[in-house]
Design a protein around this ligand. Structure first.
Ligand SMILES: Nc1ncnc2c1ncn2[C@@H]1O[C@H](COP(=O)(O)OP(=O)(O)O)[C@@H](O)[C@H]1O
Ligand SMILES: [Mg+2]
Length: 254
């Protein structure tokens, strides 16, 4: 029996799909069987992030409605090893499928894979609420700005109320020079204001944008420094106690 990991955020565009793609590949590279599932119905992107958009035939809605077999809605590509992928549908109308059908599907996936990593739409709609209820771990993705962090805090509170016991935060798009200038709070200052455990910090890097255009996640490039960042996040998810490297604001002592 595996674990369902939900990747969610209050605000849109913070990096959920990027994080889902890279974490899923990193978890699979650690030897886990992983399925990355896109639940952003109507606004799917994970197929593009993984460069698998041309392989999509069936999707999560077909699988939930039993229009196809579950395995027919799962895409595998040799380059991703033990990672499989289930796309979202193109149409928002499919949201009307009752959640119990998705729930059955998620439990089937959980039975078969070590990790079911779920890329969510932004906010806290019915689909996200349903997945949160059945998840074993929640990863909130936030950017280091006050709006995103406040939304993350609110989301963590809702998750806790729903009964999720393992809630983690990934701060994405951190900027070193802004920390040094004192414009952006450093990690320690951010974490002092939030009641959630930190899973990882990902810095601003234009490689992410290049990779999203090419459909090749950054972790696929073994020379890219982001590979280490996501490998360590995967190892933390797997239970290793790897410290998070901090970049602190310059302090001047007299
Ligand atoms: N750490 C980062 N540095 C630079 N660009 C990033 C970073 N993380 C994500 N991006 C870019 O931000 C955009 C939105 O990311 P995405 O993962 O689609 O967000 P979401 O799924 O939350 O809407 C994409 O173009 C992605 O390449
Ligand atoms: Mg997305």
């Amino acid at each position: 029996m595996g674990k369902i990991i939900v990747v969610a955020s209050g605000k849109g565009g913070v990096g959920k799909t990027t994080v889902t793609a890279n974490i899923s590949i990193a978890l699979a590279a650690e030897g886990n069987s992983v399925v990355a599932v896109d639940t952003d119905l109507g606004l799917r992107n994970l197929d593009l992030a993984l460069g698998l958009e041309n392989s999509v035939i069936y999707d999560i809605v077909d699988a939930a409605l039993e229009n196809c077999r579950v395995r027919e809605a799962i895409i595998k590509d040799e380059k991703y090893g033990k990672l499989a992928f289930m796309p979202a549908s193109q149409f928002k109308d499919d949201i009307s499928v009752e959640f119990s059908k998705y729930e059955k599907l998620f439990f089937e996936l959980k039975d078969k894979y070590d990790y079911v990593v779920v890329d969510c739409p932004a906010g806290i709609g019915d689909m996200v609420k349903g997945i949160i209820k059945i998840s074993d771990m929640a990863i909130i993705v936030a950017n280091p700005d006050p709006y995103s962090l406040r939304d993350a805090d609110k989301l963590a509170y809702i998750m806790e109320e729903t009964g999720v016991t393992d809630i983690r935060l990934i701060i994405n798009r951190m900027r070193k020079n802004m920390i040094f200038k004192g414009v952006m709070p450093d990690i320690r200052s951010i974490m002092e204001t939030l009641a959630v455990r930190l899973l990882g910090v990902v810095y601003e890097d234009e490689k992410f944008v290049e990779c999203s255009i090419m459909g090749i996640p950054v972790v696929m490039d073994s020379k890219n420094k982001q590979k280490k960042v996501f490998t360590e996040i995967a190892q933390r998810i797997d239970g290793s106690n790897i410290p998070i490297k901090e970049i602190r604001k310059k302090r001047f002592f007299k």
